[in-house]
Design a protein around this ligand. Structure first.
Ligand SMILES: [Zn+2]
Length: 288
């Protein structure tokens, strides 16, 4: 997970932009009546995000055609996103573009590896339609992270995946992503979650939920396999002549470099595991 600054655009400004794109006078009027509700929903979301309580909002299981707030149907609230925020010809699109372009180096902040090409609703709009166009609920995401989540939502604190706008501090300062080297031919890497023992149980559960719900273990292993092929070739070509000591020195240097960039990147976990594996440093890197 990569942390991000919260979007600068407010719930009210986003609503105003989206409403200015609505041609149907009746819909425009009925949505505008919700302006105070949208503003309140935005501040409630912000407060809950800070305390890690986004899971506590009531789930909306009403049918699409039912009125859910004021005079507005559930599908109309959901469609605010598709028709007035995503749609390229509409004024609300500027908010979409602003959030998407804020992805750090264009990378998906949820997995830290994919290309951010869409926006993910942290609380899915099918279950929380009032947050369908709330900037704080919209996170740049890659295709894998976005389609993996679909309408899944957390029912407890621990089931929540990490939120790049709110979950800073220990989630990025402490290392919780690790890997082990499998003694296969060629060597392979398996990733796992091991938060510090002194973390509260709920926080431990959250990083595991994040890892599992986005299928990060499988995805990172695929990336590691590709990287290992390069590392093995490099080690064999340049370092094998001066022995295992040099192999470990190189891997330790890579570990330090990756940890200084991101504590919980797959590369940091992989290099740490490689440097700590006697089997890899002595023979593993030479097997193919
Ligand atoms: Zn991703």
């Amino acid at each position: 997970m990569r942390v991000m600054a919260r979007p600068a655009t407010s719930a009210s400004d986003t609503l105003t932009l989206c409403v200015s794109g609505i041609v149907n006078a009746s819909l425009r009027e009925r949505i505008l009546e919700l302006a105070p509700t949208f503003a309140l929903a935005g501040s409630n979301y912000s407060a809950a995000g800070i305390t890690g309580e986004l899971y506590s909002f009531p789930v909306n299981n009403q049918p699409n055609e039912e009125i859910v707030i004021g005079r507005v149907r559930k599908d109309e609230l959901k469609d605010m996103y598709s028709y007035y925020l995503v749609e390229k010809s509409k004024p609300g699109r500027s908010v979409y573009d602003l959030i998407l372009s804020s992805a750090p180096n264009g990378i998906c902040p949820l997995c830290g590896v994919g290309h951010a090409v869409t926006l993910d609703h942290f609380l899915p709009k099918a279950k929380f339609p009032i947050f369908s166009i709330l900037p704080l609920n919209l996170i740049p995401a890659c295709r894998d992270c976005n389609t993996g989540k679909l309408t899944a939502y957390a029912k407890t604190f621990g089931e929540q995946s990490l939120h790049p706008y709110f979950d800073h501090g220990k989630y990025i300062d402490d290392q919780w992503l690790f890997a082990r080297v499998e003694q296969t031919v060629p060597a392979s890497i398996r990733f796992f979650v091991a938060p510090p023992a002194n973390w509260p149980d709920g926080d431990k559960e959250r990083v595991l939920s994040h890892f599992m719900s986005l299928k990060l273990g499988e995805r990172f292993s695929v990336l590691a396999a590709g990287e290992l092929a390069s590392i093995n070739a490099m080690l064999k070509a340049y370092i094998v002549g001066i022995g295992p000591y040099a192999v470990r020195e190189y891997l330790n240097a890579c570990t330090m470099a990756e940890l200084s960039l991101h504590k919980n990147s797959w590369k940091a976990a992989m290099f740490l595991a490689l440097a700590g594996s006697n089997w890899f440093c002595q023979t593993g890197f030479q097997l193919e």
